[in-house]
Design a protein around this ligand. Structure first.
Ligand SMILES: Cc1cc2nc3c(=O)[nH]c(=O)nc-3n(C[C@H](O)[C@H](O)[C@H](O)COP(=O)(O)OP(=O)(O)OC[C@H]3O[C@@H](n4cnc5c(N)ncnc54)[C@H](O)[C@@H]3O)c2cc1C
Length: 575
């Protein structure tokens, strides 16, 4: 297939006029990974996403590209091996997005300590096992470090209760941006047709029971709703916690195969913790641990792991969730954090495969499962952000293993080609970073650097926008490094269609500084509205909708509004 633009009207035209080999349903990391794998093998591929790319779990993770030390302790050696291999591939294939991240495991002892000497020895063995399972591929072994060194890295740790601790390495990525980048790579480099605000409504089969088309509801904001028929020989169901609903559309019965497990994070001013590296904070009450990771002038902490039986479209952080994370932080750090410090929250649902039906969700396996249904339906569930590429390769292998008609099989590469497939922006990234100080007359090197780490080589397009109109180099949300140019780029080239798309996922302003993002909603509408042909009424509706959702997000966990004065402004213009 010819390369498609990442443009929604053009993608819809192609949806209506092409005979596809596969329609992937779901634009989270799993679905976009499947679309990229299928398209790169030569299959005629479409992807439909009900809401926005990564609007489900894939924008709400801990943002770690990791093997998961904890899973090793649960005996999941194969999962950890696979994840560490994928971590290494991602570091190579998306160097602009995936960064090595050092972690401190503080050994907190004493009367209220969480670790006794026996546990400490077991942890030491686990660290070696992690390195040997593949951790060492990152180029560094874990190290035991002195109390002094630990406190140098994290000066707010309770030093009086600290014993020599461990330092090890994993990696981190902006999950929503990684998802979008995989989607754009599938479309722009491999010809997949990718559309958001497009829900699977029905699956039509021929007399032999073989999938022949799907009904797709199109419903972008301000758009006349309509349903189109898309011709396809197969369907991949990659809808995460909604997978059973799609199976029900396909097969008429709900299999109850998913056990959603909620996890939340909170964001607090980094100045309160001053952690130069990420920290694994033990939680005494349930023998879990939470991560604390710096994110610019803020730090986020999480996660929880609890059964969820509410509305999967609206998982929210509760007062108990916030208290759980704050209590864990206050036990490990000298800082006294309160709900007043919480500038952002997010809650996500792990699409865990329901294996046992009982027990803690924290103990359920994070491995994925590929199921082949009747007449051209393949469902992929479970898994991790980190292992998306392997999940996708396994899913498309299953499709080629007798699900697709012979002529499609003949057209496709038998083996996945994504192990070494560089994602959009990887090329030109190193050169851009090296040249950053001299690249713009209007942006300081720190802003060019910020763009480089989010867009890689494609940042040249954003720099050019600012060179043409320097007002686009100004800050989008006070106190955060995002530029006005990024909002325009999001609607022009990244299929953003709402204020929330821009502030929640193309940038991460909402996760970092919820209330400040609501403040700028009107300014964002003024900036992107003309590009999206919004009239005054639509702009006002968008602003009201965004502010109402922020209000809801703050009200459920009973959090106060956070004032801008919490943080020193982060100046991106260098002025
Ligand atoms: C709190 C938390 C922390 C985590 N931390 C990490 C981590 O640090 N590292 C890691 O590797 N993994 C982590 N994970 C796991 C990882 O985030 C998930 O495994 C992954 O994001 C799931 O992606 P997905 O594409 O399967 O699901 P989703 O991202 O939920 O995507 C499914 C998509 O399907 C769409 N959809 C639903 N119904 C339809 C329909 N009818 N038509 C069209 N589209 C539809 C939805 O809108 C949604 O966008 C974490 C998970 C959670 C919850």
């Amino acid at each position: 297939m010819l390369a498609a633009a990442f443009d929604r009207p053009e993608a819809i035209r192609r949806l209506e006029t092409t005979d596809f080999d596969v329609v992937v349903v779901g634009g989270g990391i799993t679905g976009v990974g499947c679309a990229l794998d299928a398209a790169a093998r030569g299959l005629r591929t479409a992807l439909i996403e009900r809401d926005d790319f990564a609007s489900g779990t894939s924008s709400r993770s801990s943002k770690l590209v990791h093997g998961g030390l904890r899973y090793l302790q649960q005996g999941e050696v194969r999962l950890v091996y696979e994840a560490l291999l994928e971590r290494q591939r991602l570091l190579r294939n998306a160097p602009h997005l995936v960064k090595v991240l050092p972690f401190l495991i503080p050994m907190i002892t004493g009367r209220d300590g969480v670790l006794n000497p026996k546990l400490a020895r077991a942890l030491g063995s686990a660290m070696w096992a992690y390195d040997l399972t593949g951790g060492v591929r990152i180029g560094k072994l874990h190290r035991r470090i002195s109390v002094d060194e630990a406190v140098r890295q994290v000066p707010t740790l309770r030093a009086d209760r600290l014993a020599p601790s461990y330092l090890y390495y994993d990696a981190q990525a902006d999950d929503a941006r990684l998802t979008l980048t995989v989607a754009r790579t599938a479309a722009l480099d491999h010809g997949a047709v990718v559309v958001n605000r497009a829900s699977l409504a029905s699956i039509e089969r021929d007399a032999a029971g073989q999938v022949e088309s799907v009904g797709v509801d199109l419903h972008a904001p301000g758009e006349q709703h309509r349903t189109i028929a898309v011709r396809t020989s197969s369907v991949v169901n990659a809808t995460g916690v909604w997978a059973d609903d799609v199976t029900a559309i396909a097969e008429g019965s709900h299999p109850h195969s998913i056990r959603p497990a909620k996890g939340i994070h909170i964001t607090v001013p980094w100045s309160k913790l001053r952690n130069d590296i990420a920290v694994v904070v033990p939680v005494r009450q349930d023998k879990r641990s939470i991560f604390v990771v710096r994110w610019g002038d803020l730090a986020y902490a999480g996660t929880t792991d609890t059964d969820f039986d509410g509305d999967p479209d609206d998982p929210q952080c509760t007062p108990d969730d916030v208290a759980y994370v704050l209590d864990a932080l206050n036990a490990a750090f000298t800082t006294d954090l309160t709900p007043d410090d919480v500038t952002g929250t997010w809650a996500g649902l792990r699409p865990l495969v329901n294996t046992t039906g009982s027990g803690r969700t924290a103990d359920l396996s994070r491995r994925h499962r590929v199921g082949v249904g009747e007449g051209g339906l393949v469902t992929v569930t479970g898994g991790k952000l980190t292992t998306y590429r392997k999940m996708a390769a396994d899913t498309i292998d299953a499709l080629l293993d007798g699900v697709l008609p012979d002529e499609a099989i003949a057209r496709a590469a038998r083996r996945s080609t994504t192990k070494r497939l560089r994602l959009r922006g990887a090329d030109g990234y190193d050169e851009l970073v090296a040249a950053a100080p001299a690249l713009s007359r209007h942006l300081p090197a720190v802003a060019v650097d910020h763009l480089a780490h989010r867009y890689g080589g494609e940042a040249h397009a954003l720099i050019a926008m600012v060179e043409r109109d320097p007002s686009l180099g100004a800050s989008l949300v006070p106190g955060l490094p995002y530029l006005r140019a990024e909002a325009l780029y999001a609607v022009r080239y990244e299929m953003a269609l709402s204020i929330d798309d821009v502030l929640s996922r193309r940038t991460r302003a909402r996760l970092l500084r919820r209330d400040d993002s609501a403040e700028v909603a009107e300014a964002v509408a003024e900036l992107i509205g003309p590009e999206l042909s919004w009239d005054e009424a639509e702009s006002a509706r968008q602003v009201a909708e965004y502010r109402a959702s922020i209000e809801h997000e703050r009200a459920v966990p009973e959090l106060p509004e956070t004032a801008l004065s919490h943080l020193a402004p982060h100046d991106t213009t260098g002025a």
